[in-house]
Design a protein around this ligand. Structure first.
Ligand code: TYC
Length: 103
């Protein structure tokens, strides 16, 4: 007998778009009182930066007023902010850390 019956249809599957969870930027803010060495230590301790990276980012915050120090899921970002704020408060420094949803 002959070839198989029916259309030789090209099947195009459209898979539903994967929903990516939103990401959050963690920002460090400048102030006039927190010692530079303390900020460098914070960046090494909570953001896994090398001493050189930490020093570089600290200077960006010092000069420009603010810098993104990392991008994380909501839960991790919240934890980082809480850790920095708690550590600064315990050392009686006014250092401020916040988070902001990525566009
Ligand atoms: N401006 C501070 C000083 O001159 C240093 C500093 C840097 C503070 C970064 C906060 O997020 C900061 N001692």
């Amino acid at each position: 007998d002959g070839p198989p019956e029916g259309d030789a249809a090209v099947v195009t599957k459209t898979r539903p778009k994967t929903q990516k969870p939103p990401l959050y930027k963690v920002l460090l803010l400048n102030d006039d009182y927190t010692p530079m060495e303390f900020v460098v230590h914070v960046l090494e301790r909570f953001f896994g930066m090398t001493h050189a990276q930490s020093f570089e980012i600290m200077l960006v915050v010092h000069k420009r007023g603010v810098a993104v120090v990392g991008v994380f899921s909501h839960e991790i970002a919240e934890t980082k902010v809480a850790q920095v704020m708690d550590f600064a408060r315990r050392h009686q420094h006014p250092l401020q850390c916040t988070m902001e949803k990525e566009e």
